[in-house]
Structures are given as structure tokens and as C-alpha cells.
Design a protein around this ligand. Structure first.
Ligand code: FAD
Length: 512
């Protein structure tokens, strides 16, 4: 019998999910996941298949993990960010795809529905999540409009008490699997598309709201999550339209920023796992009669993962206190972008380091290191490609500097609430004037610097609350090192440009 089911019979499992103290709830979830992946089945066997085996999924969902994303008034645990992040972290330690499935449901569906859906819809939706294990995702991206999502061509037209919606969407997590979608589109009047973005809840169990999957994609990582191309030709009742406080664009920013703030839950569990695997390996593997851990370069690499562990801890602590649905996060582009882009870079780096340290064994498809490289890679692309976000972070900060008539970067960091406590750790190398007309590559360097100073500030705050001082110090030192390198790149005057038509006179064979 399943380990947690032996501990907790089914009725008690539901009781725990809905009402138990958080520690009991999370222990039950941990036991469910461990049991599903290591006792009932073996994750290394099925991880290269599409989807989780049904009994594995059943065991995991028996702990009702998505109850954290449902308001108390509807029988859930009350959408407390700390709990949502705890669920994401617990899942990510065992499986990043599992955590992303929870993240999609919580951040991209349940939270926006809880905040913006018509009251008449909520009871039915939340009941199906709690009792029938329903799932929901978000459809934004289109084949011709990804990073420039605001130009999406999917349109809606009011037709009596309904909206007709048509278009094509692709790369949606849970394609063909979700029971509900949040569908984005632009209002069409007289053949012209409006600038605002409208959001509609669509229930795929209703014949007129079914989304047709045209094609499933062969995604390289995140195997358990289906992706593909969807044809949208649906009719939804008018009450299915989300109600923005002002504009749909502001709703979209609030939604996306909240989701970016909650990435650290997924990153936390994933990086923690990379760290544990790496320490376990380098302390038990002997090369030339010496433990790998005795090598200085190995110590350096482990320290980098450990610093990522501390940074994601600090980001989680910050997010738990700041990103609840009661707050309007639409203006928080700089912080949300910083958290998402830096955290996802750290996830990818941690997986790369672990795979390197494992030697050849890390290259086995079933190993969590090599698999982690492919699973974490798209986190740097989706919900805002990182290069785009780093650019936007710099533009946001330059705008603030301009408004406040500040030209020196250190002066800005000393005055900005998100960096004020960390600014002086970096005073020796951030004390320079920032050019207002920077090339994009320099904006990206600057964005990376800003995101690291903001993260350092979160680390300092976490240290102030009593988090282990040695981890805090090592992490700040690692961030200082990285910022020094970035400042050097920022200052290096380069305008290299690719030669697109490079084929003539460029084969080495002609010169040997
Ligand atoms: C695994 C996975 C899961 C996803 N989940 C979802 C989902 O659940 N729902 C959904 O709607 N979509 C989802 N997406 C889609 C994702 O959000 C888009 O792929 C992303 O927005 C990029 O759009 P695109 O693929 O069209 O790339 P493009 O817009 O063509 O961009 C390609 C690349 O160009 C560069 N680039 C683009 N713009 C800029 C810029 N301004 N500055 C610098 N560089 C730039 C970046 O390197 C970027 O990665 C997912 C994608 C993946 C891979």
C-alpha cells in the first residue's frame, strides 16, 4: 500500500488537504509524491514517456495540491503565496515538470480566476478542481506572435449574450489535457482589432467551448507536459469574460508579474535537488585517490549552486510577503522581470554544473542532471524571454533615473527601495555614470547587473531575519564576483555585427 495512504486513509487525506496545518499538508504531499515516484512506480523508468502514468497521477493528486490556489470561501486553503510556493518547491525537488504543472494551474489559472472572474463562475470551477481534479492553463502565444504577444490576432466578437472567439494558439502547457483555459484575444469591431487584451474562461467540457488540438509537439524536455497547436473557434457566455479593474492590459501585467514572482517556488525545489545531488556526488566520488570535493574548481562550482540555493530562498521569502492576489503587481515590471530572468538563469546554470560534475553518468537521459538541463531551459524562454526582460529591466530603471535626475548607478541603487540595503556591497565597482543611449547588448548587461543587486537585497533581508549567515555571506560574495564580470562586459566597447552573407572566402580548406 502507498506509504502516505497507509499513514492517511483517503477521507483523512481530503481533510488534511483542506484544513490541516500547512506542515501536515506539505508532509502529506511530499509523501504522496515520493510514494508515486519511488514506490508505486519508478520515475527513472517513466520520465521519458509522455504524461505521468495514471496511478502515479492519482497518488499525487490525492493530496489535493491545487487546494492552495483556491480561496477559503470556496473550500480551498486560501491562496496564501507561502503555501503556493511550498507546493511548487516540494514538487520541483522530485520533478520540475510536475512543479510546472502545478505552477500553470495556480499562477496562470486559479489565481487570476479567483481575482478577476465573475462570482457566478467561481463556485463551479473551484468545486471541479477540488473534487474532480480538473486543471486549467493559459493561452497567449500564437505562431506569429510570441514575444510580441500584444499583437495577437485571435479575436472576439460580442454576439448577444455570448462572445465568439477565433484564432490559433500554440505552445500552451497542458494542451489537450486542461479542462479549462484562460483564452486571450482582442475585440474585433468593423474588422479592426482593439489594442486591449480580453481574457475569457473557457470550459472544454462544453461543446461550444472545446479547443481543437491540430498538432502535438515533440517537446525535448518537460516530457510529462503536452504542448501543441490549437485551433480556437469557440462561443462563451458573456459572464466568462474576466473583469479587469481598469484595462485588460493591466490585468495581463498583474497576472504575468504575479506568475514571475512565483517562479522561485519552482526554482527553489529544483536548485535544492541539484545541490543535494552535487554534494552527494562530489563527496563520494574519488578520482586519483582524492575526493572530487578536494579540488578547488569543484568547490567553486558547488558554491555557485549553493549561492543559487540562497538566492532562490531569498526570492521565495520576498515573494511570499509581496505577491498575494490582494496586491496589484501590474507596476512591478522591474522586480518581477528581475526575479524571473535571474532565477531561471540560475536554474539552468545549476543543472549545467551538476551534469558536468557527474561526468559521463550525468548524460544518461534518466539522470536528473542531464534531464534538468532540458527541463529548465525553456524557463529562460517562456513568460518573457530573458534577453527581452533584461532589456525591459534596464529601460525601467533608466526611466526612473531620468525622472529623478540621477546619472550615477550607485546613487540610484542607494535610493531605490529594492536595492538600498545591498547597494554598498557593490560600491567599489558600481560607482559610474550610466549612458542614456545604450545599445541593446549593453542594456542586457545592465539588466543583469540590476537583477543581481535586487536579488542581493533580498538575500540581505533574508539574512536579517536569521537565515544562516555563512550561506548569506558566500552568496553575496558570489553575486559580487558575477557583477564584476558583468561591469567589465558592460564597459567593453564592442559593436561586433554578424556577417549574414559570410560564405564567400570563408572556408579554411582554401587556406591550408
Ligand atoms: C516549454 C514551453 C512552455 C510554454 N508555455 C506556454 C503557455 O503555457 N502558454 C502560452 O501562451 N505560451 C507558452 N509558451 C510560449 C512562450 O511563451 C513563447 O515561446 C515565448 O513568448 C517566445 O515566443 P516565440 O516562441 O514566438 O519566440 P519569438 O518571439 O520569435 O522570439 C525568439 C527569440 O528572439 C529573441 N527575442 C525576441 N524578442 C526579443 C527582444 N525584445 N529582445 C531581445 N531578444 C528578443 C529571444 O531570444 C527569443 O527567445 C511556452 C513555450 C515553451 C517553450
Amino acid at each position: 500500500m502507498a506509504e502516505n495512504q497507509a499513514l492517511f486513509p483517503p477521507m483523512m487525506m481530503k481533510e488534511i488537504a483542506d484544513h490541516a496545518p500547512f506542515n501536515t499538508f506539505i508532509s502529506s504531499l511530499k509523501a504522496s509524491i515520493r510514494n508515486a515516484f519511488h514506490e508505486r512506480d519508478n520515475i527513472e523508468k517513466f520520465i521519458q514517456q509522455r504524461g505521468f502514468p495514471a496511478p502515479v497521477w492519482h497518488d499525487i493528486m490525492s493530496a489535493n495540491p491545487l487546494s492552495v490556489g483556491i480561496p477559503e470561501a470556496y473550500g480551498g486553503r486560501g491562496v496564501k503565496v507561502r503555501e503556493c510556493l511550498g507546493v511548487l518547491e516540494t514538487a520541483a525537488y522530485e520533478s520540475l515538470p510536475l512543479s510546472l504543472i502545478f505552477g500553470i494551474n495556480i499562477g496562470l489559472f486559479l489565481e487570476p480566476v479567483g481575482k478577476y472572474a465573475d462570482e457566478s463562475l467561481k463556485a463551479g470551477i473551484f468545486k471541479r478542481f477540488l473534487n474532480n481534479r480538473n486543471m486549467g492553463g493559459l493561452m497567449i502565444t500564437e505562431p506569429d506572435h510570441g514575444s510580441d504577444a500584444l499583437n495577437m490576432q485571435t479575436f472576439n466578437r460580442k454576439n448577444g449574450a455570448y462572445y465568439d472567439i477565433q484564432g490559433t494558439k500554440h505552445w500552451q502547457g497542458l494542451t489537450g489535457m486542461a479542462d479549462y483555459w484562460l483564452m486571450t484575444s482582442r475585440a474585433s469591431t468593423d474588422g479592426r482589432l482593439g489594442r486591449d487584451i480580453d481574457f475569457f474562461v473557457c470550459d472544454t467540457h462544453q461543446p461550444e467551448q472545446r479547443i481543437e488540438v491540430e498538432e502535438y509537439y515533440n517537446n525535448m524536455g518537460l516530457y510529462p507536459i503536452p504542448y501543441g497547436k490549437n485551433t480556437v473557434n469557440i462561443r462563451v457566455p458573456e459572464q466568462n469574460k474576466l473583469q479587469p479593474e481598469t484595462t485588460g492590459l493591466k490585468l495581463m501585467m498583474d497576472l504575468l508579474h504575479r506568475s514571475r514572482f512565483q517562479f522561485p517556488g519552482m526554482g527553489m525545489g529544483f536548485i535544492h535537488r541539484m545541490l543535494d545531488e552535487a554534494i552527494e556526488h562530489v563527496t563520494s566520488r574519488f578520482v586519483g585517490g582524492k575526493s572530487l570535493m578536494a579540488l578547488d574548481q569543484v568547490k567553486h562550482q558547488i558554491s555557485r549552486i549553493q549561492s543559487a540555493f540562497t538566492i532562490s530562498s531569498a526570492m521565495c521569502a520576498r515573494s511570499a510577503g509581496h505577491s498575494g492576489i490582494e496586491n496589484d503587481l501590474s507596476p512591478d515590471a522591474v522586480e518581477a522581470g528581475s526575479i524571473k530572468s535571474y532565477l531561471t538563469d540560475l536554474m539552468q546554470e545549476s543543472a549545467q554544473i551538476l551534469t558536468q560534475l557527474l561526468g559521463a553518468n550525468g548524460y544518461k537521459a534518466e539522470h536528473v542532471g542531464g534531464r534538468g538541463i532540458m527541463d529548465s531551459r525553456p524557463f529562460q524562454i517562456f513568460e518573457g524571454s530573458n534577453d527581452m526582460l533584461y532589456t525591459q529591466i534596464s529601460e525601467g530603471v533608466l526611466k526612473m533615473m531620468n525622472k529623478q535626475k540621477i546619472v550615477n548607478l550607485l546613487d540610484f541603487f542607494r535610493s531605490y527601495p529594492l536595492t538600498v540595503q545591498a547597494a554598498d556591497y557593490f560600491r567599489s565597482f558600481l560607482n559610474f555614470k550610466v549612458d542614456v543611449n545604450l545599445a541593446q547588448r549593453k542594456l542586457v548587461d545592465l539588466g543583469k547587473i540590476i537583477s543581481k543587486v535586487i536579488a542581493a537585497n533580498h538575500v540581505v533581508v533574508l539574512g536579517g531575519k536569521g537565515f544562516r549567515a555563512d550561506l548569506i555571506q558566500e552568496s553575496l560574495e558570489t553575486i559580487r564576483h558575477d557583477i564584476t564580470m558583468l561591469v567589465s562586459s558592460y564597459r567593453f566597447p564592442t559593436q561586433t555585427a554578424p556577417v549574414v552573407d559570410y560564405r564567400d572566402n570563408s572556408s579554411w580548406l582554401d587556406f591550408s
